[in-house]
Ligand binder design. Structure first.
Ligand code: ATP
Ligand code: MG
Length: 214
């Protein structure tokens, strides 16, 4: 069954709730290697994004995701806001005018979002950033969808890959953002952005699993 506008809104809302639940944890991760604001930044941005979605209902998934991205850029300072903002704006551009998504639309849009993060932040894999969760997730999603899996099954694989990538940031030296100022002292800490990006994938997988069950 294709993904509808309401499912995409449910995804953003599920992520906003996950951020709310994990706000202290994300901030704790950021306090070890950054400036202890990732949880609060994300919570502020996504609360505003959900409000914007509720104020302007419609059926254009691309426009809705672009609106989310623009809200994030305007509400969150620092690195995380513009990077998540770019992610949603690029996803939205890839899905302009669509009111239903098939698995390959989702894979194309996720890839566009992640490419946007990469272009904006100039980070590579294994530099201990959100890309360490997002790049493996895109790869897994594309492979599963290419092999004919359902979107639900492909998102489970993508979430597992994101979780693996998140955990793999622990032994890495951070090369981007404030954490990079610590050099080797950043080793042994899980990256906050990779952690929130794993939660983003998990929210998508959870929402679509619920849809299938209902
Ligand atoms: N150039 C980059 N490319 C991709 N992700 C990045 C980059 N710089 C930082 N990040 C991600 O942003 C997260 C920090 O987000 P946060 O909301 O705390 O913003 P911030 O405090 O302004 O960031 P920072 O302290 O890293 O400059 C990091 O954990 C990392 O995953
Ligand atoms: Mg921070």
């Amino acid at each position: 069954m294709p993904v509808q506008y309401d499912d995409v809104v449910a995804w953003v809302k599920a992520f906003a709730s996950a951020i709310e639940e994990n706000k202290a944890y994300l901030t704790q991760l950021d306090s070890a290697i950054g400036d202890a604001d990732h949880g609060t930044n994300m919570q502020r941005g996504f609360q505003a994004a959900v409000q914007k979605l509720e104020e302007s209902p419609g059926d254009d998934i691309g426009a809705a995701l672009k609106g989310v991205g623009m809200t994030l850029v305007s509400k969150i300072g620092g690195a995380g806001g513009p990077l998540y903002g770019t992610f949603f704006m690029q996803m939205g551009t890839a899905l302009a005018g669509k009111s239903e998504l098939e698995a390959d639309d989702w894979a194309t849009a996720l890839e566009a979002g992640v490419e946007g993060v990469q272009t904006r932040g100039k980070a590579e894999l294994e530099e201990a950033t959100m890309l360490d969760a997002l790049l493996p997730a895109v790869q897994a999603l594309k492979e599963s969808v290419g092999a004919g899996s359902s979107l639900e099954a492909a998102l489970v694989k993508a979430t597992e890959a994101a979780q693996g990538g998140m955990k793999a940031t622990i032994p890495l030296i951070a090369r981007k953002g404030r954490a990079s100022y610590l050099g080797e002292r950043s080793v042994g800490h899980q990256d906050p952005g990779a952690t929130s990006s794993y939660l983003l994938m998990k929210a998508a997988s959870d929402v679509l699993a619920t849809k299938k069950a209902s």
